[in-house]
Design a protein around this ligand. Structure first.
Ligand SMILES: Nc1ncnc2c1ncn2[C@@H]1O[C@H](COP(=O)(O)OP(=O)(O)O)[C@@H](O)[C@H]1O
Ligand code: SF4
Ligand SMILES: [Mg+2]
Length: 324
């Protein structure tokens, strides 16, 4: 997948005095290749994560920029391709697992419907086999799926919604805050399923979270999003070891030291709803290292010698090290 300069501007208020709001601002990245990866997009509430996910899923139109999947430009897909081809390639997993299912229907019949109508399996026995295999992947028995969603726990329903998502054998799953409504003790179990599906079924994941502490263990790549843009993007290991952007440093420092892997929450204030049209770095009002240039000119996203891309005037392209 190639995402280039993806931007979404929402217009709010009246026609005459309405305001423009840049929810996603010039986001670019590549995903996939020789092996599958888990790409985590982390950022505080309101920074544009869901808007980015919804554009990639084809649910909302970008204002500008492009999304290319398996060599095809999503904007140029016909409505038939959008409803038939795209769901075979990309599947979502949502925050509230109960939204994935009809509360009045047994989960199993819903999964079978996914196998026939989304995955396009016409043979009934084959569809049953595909559903059972998906249930096995998420470590649930078909008996659990025979119940209605309201008879099950949030953790079980989220596993079922992951089973639903893998039935069409997608290349990519976009999971938007998939464990934030799940009991803390069950979170890693669910995230581990992503890791296992990446290895066993060769599925790429975009894991969206406001909680960096859940990302360490499962991520191959990380992008730190701030006010609609990527502040830093690169290999997870490099970013956790040596975060470059002052905002990434703040996020990592707020994970309790005792276990930087997955406990605790990021303690940062919620992004205020405002226009991001001021010149300069979006983080300047919160940055402890702010310099004169930061208020005047937006820092470009540069690639450092370590391969991490960062948008901050403290770094330069040649050396990828602090200028001062
Ligand atoms: N349909 C919409 N119309 C206007 N503003 C929106 C709309 N959807 C989202 N926004 C705004 O865009 C910003 C980003 O929202 P969202 O993508 O949901 O962030 P996140 O998922 O990171 O919390 C928020 O300020 C939100 O209020
Ligand atoms: S560009 Fe300046 S204000 Fe922005 S993060 Fe870097 S040092 Fe801080
Ligand atoms: Mg969201």
């Amino acid at each position: 997948m190639r995402v280039r300069h993806l931007t979404k501007i929402f217009k709010t208020g009246g026609l005459l005095f309405g305001k423009k709001f840049r929810a996603v601002d010039d986001v670019s990245f590549n995903l996939g290749g020789d092996s599958s990866s888990i790409f985590t997009i982390v950022g505080e509430s309101g920074c544009g994560k869901t808007t980015l996910a919804r554009m990639i899923l084809g649910l909302i139109e970008p204002t500008s920029g492009s999304i290319e999947i398996l060599g095809r430009d999503v904007a140029r897909l016909s409505s038939k391709e959008r409803s038939h081809w795209l769901p075979k390639v990309i599947q979502p997993v949502f925050q509230n697992p109960f939204e994935a299912f009809n509360p009045l229907r047994k989960v199993y019949s819903y999964l079978l419907h996914t196998a026939t109508s989304v995955a396009g399996i016409e043979d009934k026995a084959e569809a049953v086999e595909r559903v059972n295999r998906a249930l096995e992947e998420v470590r649930l028995s078909p008996e659990v799926a025979m119940r209605s969603p309201y008879e099950l726990s949030g953790g079980q329903v989220q596993r079922l919604s992951i089973a639903r998502a893998i039935i069409p054998n997608p290349k990519l799953i976009i999971a938007d805050e998939p464990v934030s409504m799940i009991d803390a003790s069950l979170r890693m179990g669910i995230l581990n399923i992503f890791k296992q599906l990446k290895d066993e079924m060769d599925i790429n994941f975009i894991y969206i979270t406001h909680d960096l502490s859940t990302a360490y263990y499962i991520s191959d790549l990380i992008a730190v999003m701030y006010k609609g843009s990527f502040a830093e993007i690169g290999q997870a290991e490099a970013i956790f070891k040596e975060p470059l952007h002052p905002y990434t440093q703040l996020l990592i420092e707020s994970i309790p030291r005792v276990d930087r892997r997955w406990t605790g929450k990021i303690k940062v204030s919620v992004t205020e709803v405002e226009e991001y049209l001021l010149p300069g770095c979006k983080f300047a009002d919160r940055c402890p290292y702010v310099m004169e240039i930061c208020k005047k000119k937006a820092p470009p996203l540069i690639t450092t010698s370590g391969g991490v891309r960062v948008s901050c005037w403290l770094y330069n392209e040649e050396k990828g090290v602090a200028k001062h």
